[in-house]
Design a protein around this ligand. Structure first.
Ligand code: MF3
Ligand code: CO
Ligand code: CO
Length: 275
C-alpha cells in the first residue's frame, strides 16, 4: 500500500510515505536546485588534465559557502567531502582525492546543496581533455536515458514508466543499466521515498502525483551492469572495469508533466558542449 501525505504536515524522516509538495516548496526547491546547477556550470573551466578532484571539491564547498548553502554530503553517513567525483569505471560515490585528472578521463561530478533547508541534487559528466569516441557515445546515451526518463514523468503514470524508458533505450544502444543504485524522493530530506528505479516496467512502482519531487539519476555502463563497492565503503565500480556514466536531475511533478529544477541556466547540462 502506497500512501501519500501533504509534505507540510509530515514528520521529517523517511517512513516510506510519499510527500506531496505545495507551490512554496516548489519555489524553495527551484532555488536550491538552481544554485546546484550554477555550481555545476561553473566547474567546466576547472575540469582539466592535472587538476585533482580535491580541488574541484574545495571549489564546490566554497561555492556553497559563498551562496549561503551547505553541501548535503558533508558528514552525511560518515562521508567527509562536498561532492562525489566518479572517474571512468567508477559508477558513483567516488571520493575526491589528491590524484590529478588525466587526459581522456570522464568524470561525474555530483553536487547537492542545502539552501534554506531544501536539497538541490544534480550531477553531470565532464570530459577531461580529449576523450575517446566510445566515452563520448556513452555520455550521449546516458544523457538521453535521463531525458527519456524525465519525459515519462506525469501524474497518473507509475514510476516504472521512468525505468522502462531508460532501460529500453540503454539496452537498444547495447549499454547496461546499473541496478544497485536508484533515484530518490528529495526535498527537506536528502534521500526520501520513493525509490526511482532506472529499469523495469511501466506498470510497476507507485503512481506519480502532482507535487511529488524526486531525482532521476541513471548510471549506464558500456559493459555489464554489475558493481562492487571498494574497501573505503563508498566508491562503487563496475565489476568488469568497463566505463560508466551518470547524469542526474531533480524534478517536480506538475499537472501535465514535470519541471526540471536543476536545468543549467547556461544551457550546459548536456554532453559535448563546453570545450
Ligand atoms: N548525491 C548522491 C545522490 O545523487 C548521493 C551522495 S551521498 C554521498 O543521491 F554520501 F555519497 F555523498
Ligand atoms: Co540523488
Ligand atoms: Co546526486
Amino acid at each position: 500500500m502506497v500512501t501519500y501525505i501533504d509534505a507540510t504536515s509530515a514528520p521529517l524522516k523517511n517512513t516510506g510515505v510519499i510527500r506531496l509538495y505545495d507551490a512554496d516548496a516548489f519555489d524553495g526547491m527551484r532555488k536550491a536546485c538552481q544554485l546546484t546547477a550554477r555550481c555545476l556550470d561553473a566547474l567546466y573551466p576547472l575540469v582539466k588534465p592535472g587538476v585533482a578532484t580535491d580541488v574541484i571539491d574545495r571549489f564546490v564547498f566554497e561555492f556553497g559557502m559563498d551562496h549561503g548553502a551547505l553541501p548535503a554530503t558533508l558528514n552525511y553517513r560518515g562521508y567527509t567531502k562536498s561532492s562525489c567525483t566518479s572517474i571512468n569505471h567508477v559508477v558513483c560515490h567516488g571520493i575526491p582525492n589528491d590524484k590529478p585528472l588525466r587526459d581522456g578521463d570522464v568524470v561525474n561530478i555530483d553536487v547537492t546543496f542545502i539552501l534554506d533547508g531544501w536539497h538541490g541534487d544534480s550531477s553531470r559528466m565532464y570530459p577531461v581533455g580529449e576523450v575517446k569516441r566510445a566515452a563520448e557515445r556513452l555520455l550521449e546515451v546516458t544523457h538521453e536515458c535521463l531525458m527519456r526518463g524525465i519525459a515519462a514523468v506525469r501524474p497518473g503514470a507509475r514510476t516504472g514508466a521512468i525505468g522502462e524508458a531508460i532501460q529500453t533505450y540503454a539496452e537498444a544502444e547495447r549499454c547496461s543499466v546499473v541496478r544497485d543504485f536508484c533515484g530518490h524522493g528529495v526535498g527537506r530530506l536528502f534521500h526520501d521515498a520513493p525509490n526511482i528505479l532506472h529499469y523495469g516496467r511501466a506498470n510497476e512502482g507507485p503512481e506519480m502525483k502532482e507535487g511529488m519531487i524526486f531525482t532521476i539519476e541513471p548510471m549506464i555502463n558500456l559493459g555489464r551492469p554489475h558493481v562492487k563497492v571498494l574497501a573505503d565503503g563508498w566508491t562503487a565500480v563496475t565489476r568488469d572495469r568497463s566505463l560508466s556514466a551518470q547524469y542526474e536531475h531533480t524534478v517536480g511533478v506538475t499537472a501535465d508533466g514535470c519541471e526540471i529544477f536543476t536545468l543549467s541556466p547556461g544551457g550546459l547540462d548536456r554532453p559535448g558542449l563546453p570545450a
